[in-house]
Design a protein around this ligand. Structure first.
Ligand code: ZN
Length: 247
């Protein structure tokens, strides 16, 4: 059976690295995004920009990159009361989770993605969840997603694999992974066209990309970029990963 993938693609750095990873590994790759009333539509705009750039600048991937699906999950905004959809400040709550936490969000995302994948004849779901730079989100954990993979495969009566290539990488290794997959060209694309900042700020350009520079997402991205650079790879150098198992 040909393995074809559906990538959960938000337009951020992590999901763009995952998309490149999938394009390198599968014959056909489609993308799915979720519009759930995010405070900043800039994320959704970045999705289309990144896809267009990949088509233009990576001919070897362009033929594999198929349709994009944008699902309206505005009901999630109705059910949640968090800083991602309201204008409230991001802070840690009593349980140690950031108040950006939408309970069980990734369970819903993967379930909707699996429905799209089933109908499109795709049997691998790829997501950028990560335990290493762990924000405390229990629905990002490896065991959660392994359990979900079993539930989806049973519930749809077809093998549905969940792949999370970033699960054990830190942010510096994510930059290294994208460099290994697409070289300086891909990391330049990521810095210029992806978006991660919680505040939706695209007025300030840093060497790691656009953002306010202070929110938790910007801080993490900046720190990872600095660590990757300081390992001696240089800005957007064509690096090879020493651990080929990452690929
Ligand atoms: Zn920010």
């Amino acid at each position: 059976m040909t393995r074809c993938a559906l990538v959960l693609f938000s337009g951020g750095q992590d999901s763009t690295a995952c998309l490149a990873w999938a394009l390198e590994h599968y014959e056909r790759v489609e993308t799915v995004g979720f519009d759930y009333g995010q405070r900043h539509l800039v994320e959704l705009e970045c999705r289309l920009a990144v896809r267009a750039q990949l088509h233009t600048r990576f001919p070897r991937w362009s033929a594999k990159l198929g349709d994009d699906h944008l699902l309206d999950l505005s009901l999630l905004g109705q059910m949640s009361d968090t800083a991602l959809t309201d204008a409230r400040a991001i802070q840690m709550n009593a349980s140690g989770l950031p108040n950006t936490f939408v309970p069980g969000r990734n369970l819903l995302f993967f379930s909707f993605a699996a429905t799209v994948a089933y109908r499109r004849g795709l049997n691998v779901l790829v997501g950028g969840m990560c335990e290493t730079d762990f924000s405390g989100y229990p629905d990002c954990r490896d065991n959660t997603l392994k359990a979900l993979q079993v539930a989806l495969s049973l519930g749809m009566d077809t093998p549905m694999t969940i792949e999370t290539p970033l699960m054990w990488l830190d942010k510096a290794q994510t930059w290294a992974l994208s460099a290994a997959l697409g070289g300086a060209e891909l990391n330049e694309l990521i810095a210029e066209h992806t978006h991660t900042c919680y505040l939706g700020d695209r007025s300030q350009r840093h060497d790691w990309g656009y953002g306010c520079g202070h929110c938790p997402a910007c801080a993490l991205r900046a720190r990872g970029y600095k660590a990757w650079r300081s390992h001696g790879a240089g800005p957007f150098a064509d690096t090879e990963l020493s651990d080929s198992s990452l690929l």
